[in-house]
Design a protein around this ligand. Sequence first.
Ligand SMILES: NC(=O)c1ccc[n+]([C@@H]2O[C@H](COP(=O)([O-])OP(=O)(O)OC[C@H]3O[C@@H](n4cnc5c(N)ncnc54)[C@H](O)[C@@H]3O)[C@@H](O)[C@H]2O)c1
Length: 307
Amino acid sequence: MGNSLDGKVAIVTGAGRGLGKSEAIALAKEGARVVIADLGVGKDGSCADEGPAQQVVDEIKGFGGEATTAYGDVGDYSEAGTTIKKAVDTYGDLNIIVNNAGFCRDKMIFNMDEDEFDAVIRVHLKGHFNFISQACSFWRQKAKAGEDVYGRLISTTSEAFLYASLGQPNYAAAKAGIVQLTMVAAQAMIKYGITANAIAPRARTTMTDEGITAQMFAKPDSGFDTFHPDNVAPFVAYLATPMAGRISGHVFVVWGKQVTVVDCPTPGERFENNEDTMWTVESLHEKMDTYFKDKEPVTDGFIVQPF
Ligand SMILES: NC(=O)c1ccc[n+]([C@@H]2O[C@H](COP(=O)([O-])OP(=O)(O)OC[C@H]3O[C@@H](n4cnc5c(N)ncnc54)[C@H](O)[C@@H]3O)[C@@H](O)[C@H]2O)c1
């Protein structure tokens, strides 16, 4: 047990299972009081169950930590507000939001229907907005009233955003949106001393227990269990502490014993029209063809490189 988060109040969404559970326990072991916000849905987002959130609360209380449940749907703005209110009413403040809840409905772009796209954008991207926006509003009002504020926003993106995961157009788009939502929040809130960062984890959870990830993330017979979700949690706890106050507006790939800083997309090659005229299709083609003629038309799809 540490004390780097003593007195802090955290909400971890999707904390009933998988990564969120490990992260909530890590925060509680550092002294935070934690709202375990989880609907307890299945891997496609259906069939809510209060059991998983309650079990995590029981586990945290079992080692002397403080925690309570919240059963709202993260994709619902008003239910997210109710979860934030519960944190403030129960523990007297709000300091840390770990946005983590979500589910997948994978299909190729040509097979995906509107509901599959909307549901995944809603739970991930809108779910992040619902908590980030309302937490920032809470902190800004406190700061304007002359009160001290301590705020940490930790978002959950995915390497699906980095590599444009081929079978996950909804998920990859939501995770890309989460990165920029986090960057905007980082810029808006730095004047209040509030940080915002995103992690792209890898772990063996219900989300990854089928197909290629099930094989790649399998528990080894012996030695270090690289893809245990507990390996991601210390970095989330670290970002939540005062020690990480200088780190804001960054993305980190986190798994096993690795933390990788993701460089933000930056402008690359620039082309100028040296004629005293507008571009034409022909003059553009001359420049573009010279540059692109030796390049592949698309990069490979999402290829996870575990080692
Ligand atoms: N597992 C990985 O390798 C991996 C990789 C990249 C990103 N991620 C991201 O990490 C996060 C956690 O994923 P996980 O692997 O632990 O998955 P998980 O399925 O084990 O846990 C997700 C939790 O979110 C909850 N949840 C889902 N929809 C909800 C809603 N509308 N409201 C409240 N709670 C809801 C579920 O009940 C579940 O307990 C997700 O954002 C996921 O996209 C995971």
